[in-house]
Design a protein around this ligand. Structure first.
Ligand code: FDA
Length: 305
């Protein structure tokens, strides 16, 4: 119930203004967001690299219907990739992109062109791009853009949300040689007409999607902090003869850091999703919605404790 309210608030301009403008909020935001500038993100990335963790970097920003804002986001990614080059992230670094921030709602060809530029800049630095998945109305367009991007940049990945009914079929379609699929449970408020509701139904759907990806020929990116899903991944890897290098785990910056380090210490590739930038509101509210305990943490911090 609280989670649903927070997800509803994540789309409210009024709540956005109140929460974003409140100075103590920033302290709490710092638990989930690497900073507002590329330099702050770079410091975090260096720390993660030293802890043997790979990264995928997200320049925060969501839906825009303004072509100049979309261009500014694309330029921010190009500068980010340039700034990351000296870190030699090649095999351990990539970027995550929200197509809605590149103008997908305005004109999906515009989003495609910006995404192409970002993929080309990533490839020039030996890195890759993964497309985030947003609400269900964007999935067809995102998968169509993915297909076009993969013509020139076959390593481009995509997030698939297990909670959507359609995702089992999407996983079957994508579980092929060369494809990179990041399987997530799903973080948006979706109606019962398109998505499983309730934790156990979503978890069961996640396992079905995971099985398809692990049985297939692609490169599964298992994005979860859920111990049970991680244990099931290891069982499926055994069953389908997968080795440690042909799939990876992914987690969000600031969440289950202990688990990230333990899996990396055991030899797994663990990629941390590192968001940075000043447009953190939507991302932050989704993290609060995922776990009621985060709200208590937020309120304590606001109270100065
Ligand atoms: P679940 O929510 O069941 O949590 C399992 C355990 O993890 C909890 O018991 C708790 O210990 C810990 N945990 C989870 N969330 C927490 C939080 N916010 N704070 C503190 N602890 C927490 N979604 C989407 O719709 N589109 C996308 O593109 C992406 N991209 C993405 C990339 C990566 C790398 C990750 C890890 C996740 C996403 N997500 C996403 C978010 C995803 O859909 C999902 O909401 C979260 O990962 C939480 O789900 P879990 O699988 O962790 O399970």
């Amino acid at each position: 119930m609280l989670g649903q309210l927070l997800l509803a608030a994540s789309g409210s301009r009024l709540v956005r203004r109140c929460v974003s403008g409140f100075p103590p909020t920033r302290k709490v935001v710092g638990r989930f967001v690497a900073g507002e500038s590329a330099q702050e993100a770079r410091d975090v990335i260096e720390r993660l690299r030293d802890a043997k963790l790979a990264v995928t970097v997200d320049h925060l920003g969501e839906e825009t219907r303004d072509a100049r804002a979309a261009e500014a986001t694309a330029n921010a990614y190009l500068s980010l990739l340039e700034a990351l080059r000296p870190l030699e992230l090649a095999s351990r670094g990539e970027v995550s992109v929200k197509l809605s921030a590149l103008g997908q709602r305005l004109d999906d060809r515009m989003a495609l062109e910006h995404a192409r530029d970002i993929c080309a800049a990533a490839a020039a630095g030996g890195s890759t791009v993964t497309l985030d998945m947003e609400d269900h109305t964007t999935v067809d367009s995102t998968l169509a853009i993915l297909r076009k991007l993969r013509e020139d940049h076959p390593a481009t990945g995509v997030a698939i949300q297990a909670y959507l009914f359609r995702s089992e079929q999407d996983c079957r379609d994508l579980a092929a040689e060369g494809s990179r699929v990041r399987l997530v449970k799903g973080a948006y408020r979706e109606p019962a007409s398109v998505a499983h509701q309730g934790r156990s139904a979503v978890d069961r759907a996640y396992v079905r999607c995971l099985r398809t990806l692990m049985a297939g020929n692609g490169y599964p990116m298992v994005a979860t902090h859920d111990d049970r899903m991680i244990a099931i991944t290891e069982l499926l890897a055994d069953r389908f003869g997968r080795t440690i290098g042909d799939h990876e785990f992914q987690m969000l910056y600031g969440i289950r850091t202990d688990l990230q380090e333990a899996l990396a210490g055991a030899g797994h590739t663990v990629r941390v999703y590192v968001p940075y930038g000043d447009d953190w509101y939507g991302y932050f509210m989704r993290r609060l919605a995922e776990r009621p305990a985060n709200v208590a943490f937020f309120l304590r911090a606001l109270g100065g404790k």
